[in-house]
Structure formats: structure tokens, C-alpha cells
Design a protein around this ligand. Sequence first.
Ligand code: AR6
Length: 176
Amino acid sequence: MDVRINKSTLSLVEGDITSEETDAIVNAANARLAGGAGVDGAIHRAGGPSIMEECRKIGGCQTGQAVITTGGSLKAKYVIHTVGPVYQGGVKGESHLLKSAHLESLKLASAKRLKSIAFPAISTGVYGYPVNEAAHIALKTAIDYLNEHDDLELVRFVLFGRKTYDIFTDELRKLI
Ligand code: AR6
């Protein structure tokens, strides 16, 4: 599903983010940038060891913040590593932190003059965020950003599996 937001395209696809050809893909990392399971493991496997070498030099990333490395052997030129919150019932500032993770990633893409960026469904796997709530926050943050900035041509969400894709689609329909 593709929609036009201001001068940009907001796109939802089902798939594996490691094959994306956007300028940057976003990694759902942990605060130590130590690698792990889920999309983090898949990105490091597909991108090769240079990404982890750069992560080690950076040292870490606080929850809600974002850092950038090159994309190693991925098609994407860069990986933006952000850290979403662990879901703890929704009463520990998780929504603010999840919004911040998306916003800081978008700002970093703009600062690097990138034109396209692809996000996974941050925090919805190991970190346990309910997908519908996470989808609402992720999409609203992207829509608000694109309404205020003209530089990014494409913001894509690459959803792993039909169920997550369908939930993101439902949330997007409610927001536009
Ligand atoms: N492409 C796109 N999405 C994917 C892929 C893929 N190749 N693989 C998994 N997903 P998760 P989190 C989806 O657990 O919840 C790691 O250990 C997955 O189905 O990857 O933010 C890190 O090191 C889910 O919808 O990230 C951290 O410690 C979404 O990506 C922790 O997990 C996010 O699931 C971060 O947990």
C-alpha cells in the first residue's frame, strides 16, 4: 500500500528489510549495539562484519536515539540503528520513546541528505510492543514528519509477515 504525504511517498510492504534498496534501512537494535536476534541478527548476517566493527566504535545508543553506520554488503548504503523501548504495559514512557526512535532515525536520514529510508516494526518482536499501538505511533510520526519536511522522497515500512502488514495497513487507513 502506497500513499502520498505532502511531497513524499509513504509505503507499506510485506517482506525482508535486508533486501531493501532504500538509501538507509533502520535496525531495531539494543542499547549496546551488540547485535541479537530478530531483524538485528538478520541485518548483521546479511551486511557482514564491517557493520559490527562500526557499531563497536560508536559504543552504544540510548533508547529512543539513533546512530548511523554504512551498510556493509547490503544494497542499502547505510544502516540507521535505533533502540526502541521494551514494552512494560505502556506506563513507562514507551510511546514517547518509540516515537523518538522513529523521529531521530528520520532526522538522521535528513541530516545525511538521504532520499529514502525503510523501517521494520521496531519494538514489536523481542521487545513485546503490541503491533497495533506500535503501528499507530510509527505511522503517525512518519506522516507528521513528511508533512513538515520535503527532503525524503520515500519512507517505507517493511513488515515481516502478513499479520503485521495487515495491522499496519489498518492503522494507516485510520490515519489518512
Ligand atoms: N525484515 C523485516 N522485519 C523483520 C525481519 C526482517 N528480516 N526479521 C524480523 N523482523 P525484533 P525489537 C520483524 O525482535 O522488538 C534484538 O535481539 C519482527 O517480526 O527484531 O525492537 C535486538 O538486538 C518484528 O515485527 O526487534 C534487541 O535486543 C520486528 O522486526 C531486540 O531484539 C521487530 O522485532 C529488539 O527487539
